[in-house]
Ligand binder design. Structure first.
Ligand SMILES: C[S@@+](CC[C@H](N)C(=O)[O-])C[C@H]1O[C@@H](n2cnc3c(N)ncnc32)[C@H](O)[C@@H]1O
Length: 236
């Protein structure tokens, strides 16, 4: 898997080579901003700074970069199994944002961080690339590095949305993808640690059309959005 994403790293654009996805929004950041706007609402302290945030499977660091560009302030760290993708983090980080996030390569699911290192952990568009048998190790690692009382946010493509399945089946970087629904995430997390869980569905409207954003906020309960987010607060 590492080698596979190494190959895509320099030109990685979040699957925008798919024409149907491009009709929904012509910039990869528009899709990521749907998640970062939601995340900023869950974690208002991101506006103040001071949280230690890990983006697990950060790829080229796009989630951290879009968060920072929209006013998110945090002590950012990214990790990934692909060193090629990690090399993109600093390369794509605008100088105006200051120092790029720290990055660290993973050894499979395992990260080099001490137990309970992070206040907030995000994992976005990663689990569908992890073979099913290896997912429990990822859930355990996420729970290990999160502080008691820390929050974990899992963002994934929603397999219940037919357009998502259409796009994933025709996107080269998703050739090996096995989509998972929010229930699988919830069960996987609870098998690994004690959490209070909540979930929202996101991206009902094309991310490229700004004036429709309000509609998305009314529909978070409906399990048909293109994405979902599982929010997990670790027991203190
Ligand atoms: C579609 S990209 C998403 C990158 C980033 N999270 C984002 O939202 O832009 C999937 C990422 O998952 C990483 N990945 C694949 N298998 C992984 C695993 N077992 N553990 C951690 N990361 C993995 C890949 O290297 C790649 O960077």
């Amino acid at each position: 898997m590492s080698a596979e994403f190494d190959k895509h790293a320099a030109s990685y654009d979040g699957g925008l080579d798919n024409p149907v996805k491009r009709m929904m929004g012509d910039q990869a950041d528009q899709f990521i901003a749907v998640k970062t706007r939601w995340l900023m609402r869950q974690e208002p302290k991101l506006k103040e700074g001071g949280l230690a945030v890990l983006d697990y499977g950060c790829g080229a660091g796009d989630l951290m970069r879009v968060l920072a560009l929209s006013g998110g302030r945090a002590d950012f760290t990214g990790c990934d199994v692909s060193t090629g993708m990690l090399a993109e983090v600093a390369r794509r980080w605008p100088a105006t944002l200051g120092e790029p996030p720290r990055t660290a390569p993973q050894d499979g699911a395992r990260t080099p961080f001490a137990d309970a290192s992070f206040d907030v952990v995000t994992i976005s568009a990663v689990l569908h690339h992890v073979p099913v048998a290896e997912r429990p190790a990822v859930y355990r690692e996420l729970g290990r590095v999160l502080k008691p009382g820390g929050r974990l946010y899992v963002f994934e493509h929603n397999p219940r949305n037919p357009l998502v399945r259409h796009v994933i089946a025709r996107t080269p970087i998703d050739r090996n993808a096995i989509l998972l629904d929010a229930n699988e995430v919830r069960h996987g997390l609870l098998d690994a640690a004690r959490y209070e869980l909540d979930s929202d569905y996101l991206m009902f409207m094309p991310p490229g059309i700004a004036f429709l954003r309000g509609v998305d906020r009314l529909l978070t309960w409906l399990p048909m959005g293109a994405q979902y987010a599982v929010a997990a607060r670790k027991a203190a």
